[in-house]
Design a protein around this ligand. Sequence first.
Ligand SMILES: O=P(O)(O)OC[C@H]1O[C@@H](O)[C@H](O)[C@@H]1O
Length: 152
Amino acid sequence: MRVAVAADHAGFSLKQVLVAALRARGHDVQDLGAFDATPSDYPDFAVAVARVLSAGAAERGIVVCGSGVGVAAAANKLPGVIAGMCHDTYSAHQGVEHDQMNVLALGARVVGEALALEIAEAFLGARFDGVARHLRRVEKLRALEARWGRDG
Ligand SMILES: O=P(O)(O)OC[C@H]1O[C@@H](O)[C@H](O)[C@@H]1O
């Protein structure tokens, strides 16, 4: 799967682990930084991933900051992005199956590397189930996006 990944300084170390592990598992990973732990601003990196998703150049994104909150909020500002912060595997796959989540937000100060990898794999392994009630709800999200005119 084509996956775009980025992190701020707080997520840098976990992002390095995720990129290496996901590549080793056969995913086509685009690493959009940060490339060191110099203090930085999470919107810059979350939006880099969201732009790729919004343009259809990757199927999924993973964004990492300290808590996961900031990167989730920033990624959700761009059209076509449904980002969710997940620190458990259930939310990571269910968010895709029901809600068509296409960006996973992780908090590197919240979860350890092993759990983060399991969460990422649960996310990447899941597919939207297309059930009518889930589709109806996602279409309402898209209508909200169109009405309030988000643009990247
Ligand atoms: O390292 P500092 O700047 O204290 O905290 C940065 C983190 O705090 C939150 O905004 C984000 O989670 C970000 O990664």
